[in-house]
Structure formats: structure tokens, C-alpha cells
Design a protein. Structure first.
Length: 68
């Protein structure tokens, strides 16, 4: 993963220096996907979605789930 991220980072920086509007935002680790899925399942059981909560509240809910 580090090699791939290094290449993408270098290419993004080069394009930015060439005047292109760029954004490369690395994601979270693969375990984050499973965690997100678990929390979304809990929310679905409550009749809610992560979009209903908004980003900040959803992230807070993920941290809450982690502490349980």
C-alpha cells in the first residue's frame, strides 16, 4: 500500500505543480469499511442512515461503537 500511495502522491503533486486542480485524499484502512458497515447496520435497525446523522455525528457514533 505504501508504494502505491507514494506513486499516487507524487503524480498528484506533479499535476498540481503543472497547474491542474488536484485532490488526492487517502482513505481509511480496510478495517474501517467493516466498522462502517457494522455501525450502518445498527443505524438501520433504528430506522436511520449515516446520511441522516451527518459526517460528524456518524464519526462520533463510530467511536462510540469502538468503545463498546
Amino acid at each position: 500500500h505504501a508504494f502505491e500511495h507514494t506513486l499516487i502522491d507524487a503524480l498528484t503533486r506533479r499535476k498540481r505543480m503543472q497547474g491542474y486542480e488536484t485532490l488526492w485524499q487517502p482513505g481509511m484502512d480496510h478495517a474501517g469499511i467493516a466498522t462502517q458497515n457494522k455501525v450502518e447496520q445498527q443505524l438501520a435497525g433504528e430506522g436511520k442512515s449515516r446520511q441522516d446523522l451527518g459526517r460528524e455525528a456518524f464519526v462520533a457514533r463510530v467511536w462510540q461503537w469502538k468503545e463498546e
